[in-house]
Design a protein around this ligand. Sequence first.
Ligand code: 5AD
Ligand code: SF4
Length: 452
Amino acid sequence: MSNKRFYIETYGCQMNFADSEIVNSILMKEGMEPVHSAEEADVIFVNTCSIRENAETKVWNRLKEFRSLKKDKGDLTVGVLGCMAERIRDQIIDQEQLVDIVVGPDAYRDIPNLLAEVDDGRKAVNVLLSLEETYADISPVRTSDNGVSAFVSIMRGCDNMCAFCVVPFTRGRERSRPLKSILNEIKQLSEQGYKEVTLLGQNVNSYKYEDIDFTRLMDEASKVDPEIRFRFSSPHPKDFPEPLLHLIAERPNLCNYIHIPAQSGSSTTLERMRRPYTREQYLDLVERMREIIPDVSLSTDIIAGFCDETDEEHKDTVSLMKIVEYDLAYMFAYSERERTLAHRKYEDNVPEEVKKRRLSEIIQQQMNIQQKNNKLEIGKRHLVLAEGESKRSSEQLSGRTDTNKMVVFDRRDFQKGDYVEVEITDCTSATLMATPIRKTSIREFYAEPALA
Ligand code: 5AD
Ligand code: SF4
């Protein structure tokens, strides 16, 4: 196995990127060498996503490109990891030599054995899901992040069974990673100079390890290093713990930013989606969040055109988004997935052009809201963690505020990884422009609150 060069290409959510770092670690322990392009590799892995049809289409196209590479190169192994593995293993293996190896999200420890099988001339598959696997003892090898912000996985799988969602089928049952191993990973990140950690799970507020719940986990995590800022993704509105809101309000290194997926603003649609809350309950939760954390920034996920969605129901979503005024929203057209409840029970009956029209209506409104909200930031001061050069110019750095807004400012003597106090001078709907004031720290900045 050793000396082989491998390349991992990752699609989908942050959890998938975190998983690729685990696979990195497993392969490097085998003596394999990571490379930065498919062309240089002896083994290519594609870590895949099944959440919407277009995510899968992208992967299929990429696999076809790798097939031509394989024809040119002769000796090349191609593997599929992650969420597509279980669903389409038979297809993948049968399809004209497209893939040699298929590994589901709970079977990454088996990759070295599977590679050996391929070397013996067989196709290799392990898509078993597990009730226990959390990869707790494997330290991810972080080859792809910016050295400043890291993702730490705290749980795997999902038991929610939202009617539209394939994740419970691709990633299996919910299980939480032991507290100690999470805290150890954060300690290591702190020693390596990381300044931001996002705790990841498909449903973080149902984290439960022994008697430790998610609020207690955030409490313990944030005490590991007061100069690391913490975020988390994603919680579920159905059982969001109020004590966590108080903790976020009190603790300077817990970011005032919550991603709280609504999916729809219509109670009847939510019921069909099997989301166990109403529009009113969701709005009450938002109100509590804003009462307890006055400057909290909120983002959301919205699906347009779910089965049987009427114009009225769609208008409820538009109006909910207008009431909440999210700072950021991820908006999608509904895409039917096999095996889900919606696939079994409902018809995907909103015509494509209606889905598109509804989607563009909510996107348009959201852009206007963001533009308006960002304008209100002009003149305010923020604590920005510099994450690296801005995309446009090496003379500028970019980073995010505590509230997760992207900010661009002149580099001067500031470095990646610095906490910089800035004053916002201009904006678009997606980015704030700012003048840097001074290098500072979380403790210093919040002890002497900004002028604005
Ligand atoms: N179609 C469209 N969007 C979906 N999501 C999940 N499943 C689907 C689907 N079948 C969205 C949800 C979820 C986000 C990660 O992806 O909004 O919160
Ligand atoms: Fe895609 Fe969901 Fe799997 Fe993440 S968990 S890779 S979003 S299907």
